[in-house]
Design a protein around this ligand. Structure first.
Ligand code: NAG
Ligand code: NAG
Ligand code: NAG
Length: 382
């Protein structure tokens, strides 16, 4: 009798220690994960860091389902060890849990922003490597050219990403990367169920700035339709004062000629049928600014990994490993610092834009912010 009680107490004591160690380890992981990005203040990389959890208690409840066993041993590693790939597995698993929790929320407004049908448009976004059983959903302005090169190398025509001619990457008739839409319904379903599936995201507003610069200011790939067809349509419908000829940073220096970021934001923030009709006219070109949810249907398709541009140095090798292709190909060199979130840039672009327009923009992109754990840009909304 006495000895069984002693056993109980010993067992209880041991459990207490294990719990303490787990708590310590998880604190340490959070701290180090934030530290790795060198931008703790923005907390801008993944989601489980404090501010966010507080803001979304529902999501946390989802994660605490009773049927789930207590912290898995695989989350725990010695605090003294150097970062290993398993740290990153922990991070990506938390991201996928958040994604699934947000997808399950019942709020109708939010569901409208996160749930889409797996349409032809979505199947067109997904590139297939049958050889390695990989599906990659393209999210423009998030380093996708490099991932396409990786897949082209995997398909065997070129031996390194550096060998691929730049103009071939986006030539979908010649680059040997079929779209998922080109398969039969049966083959599509089979691939969706069995292949490794991934895509990459970045801060939604920074992506819009990047799209604006790339298509309407610089336009380096000589795609005249952005400036000559799309920009004038947007200006006609969304510029407030048409006779205002003042120059702005967005028009490349020619007074009154080009689209301004302000016009672009007003167009994107229009949740109504007018904008949808315009988008249908613009066709595929809207892929540079429609939401990630509209591009990749992340609540309908069970992706294996969603990488973050802000932490690409960790995500790229992790994805190659998880997809079973490390050693066959390497991700191109990532210049130091280019993937970092730049709040100064975001503030500068949004500085002349009315709170009302920013709020409307956020209302349309909120699904993307929530699904992928980007903090709401309160510094623009307050
Ligand atoms: C639903 O979500 C929207 C957008 O996040 C929010 O504004 C609204 O208050 C939510 N409604 C309910 C009932 O929670
Ligand atoms: C959801 O979207 C549809 C059309 O896209 C719209 O008619 C409906 O009012 C939206 N519902 C909510 C709650 O926003
Ligand atoms: C952030 O953006 C600002 C404004 O565009 C730029 O001047 C600055 O160099 C950028 N910072 C970094 C670290 O890239």
């Amino acid at each position: 009798m006495f000895s069984t009680m002693r056993h109980h107490w010993l067992l209880l004591g041991a459990c207490g220690w294990v719990l303490l160690i787990l708590m310590f380890a998880s604190k340490f992981i959070n701290f180090r994960a934030a530290d790795n990005y060198g931008e703790k203040t923005d907390a801008h990389s993944w989601t489980e860091s404090g501010a966010h959890q507080g803001a979304r208690p529902e999501a946390v409840d989802e994660l605490d389902r009773p049927d789930r066993p207590d912290p898995k041993p695989s989350y725990v590693f010695p605090p003294t060890a150097a970062p290993t790939p398993s740290d990153w597995q922990w991070v990506t698993e938390r991201r996928m849990e958040l994604l699934s929790a947000v997808c399950q929320q019942q709020n109708a407004t939010l569901r409208n922003l996160t749930h889409v049908s797996v349409s032809r448009f979505v199947l067109d976004r997904i590139f297939v490597s049958d050889k390695h059983k990989i599906l990659f959903c393209q999210t423009p302005k998030v380093g996708n050219t490099q991932w396409k090169k990786v897949l082209i190398v995997l398909n065997g025509e070129y031996s390194t990403v550096e060998d691929i001619p730049e103009n071939l990457v986006h030539d979908h008739d010649k680059n040997g990367l079929p779209r998922l839409s080109s398969f039969s319904p049966q083959d599509i379903t089979e691939r969706l169920h069995t292949y490794f599936k991934f895509f990459i995201v970045r801060d939604p507003f920074e992506r819009l700035i990047s799209a604006f610069k790339d298509k309407f200011v610089k336009n380096p790939r000589f795609e005249p339709w952005y400036k000559h067809d799309i920009a004038p349509s947007i200006i006609r419908k969304y510029r407030k004062v048409h006779r205002d000829l003042a120059s702005s940073p967005g028009d490349g220096g020619s007074p009154g000629a080009g689209l301004r970021f302000e016009d672009f934001v007003r167009y994107l923030g229009d949740g109504g049928e007018g904008r949808r009709r315009m988008d249908r006219q613009f066709g595929e070109h809207v892929i540079h600014w429609v939401t990630y949810a509209e591009l990749c249907a992340p609540c309908e398709i069970r992706y294996s990994v969603v990488g973050h541009h802000e932490t690409l140095e960790r995500d790229a090798p992790y994805i190659l490993r998880a997809a079973g292709i490390e050693g066959l190909v390497s991700y191109p060199h990532i210049p130091l610092g280019i993937t970092r979130y730049n709040r100064t840039k975001v503030e500068r672009y949004f500085s002349g834009i009315s709170r009302r327009d920013v709020r409307r923009l956020y209302a349309r992109y909120q699904g993307d912010f929530n699904l992928f754990g980007y903090p709401s840009p309160d510094f623009l909304l307050d």
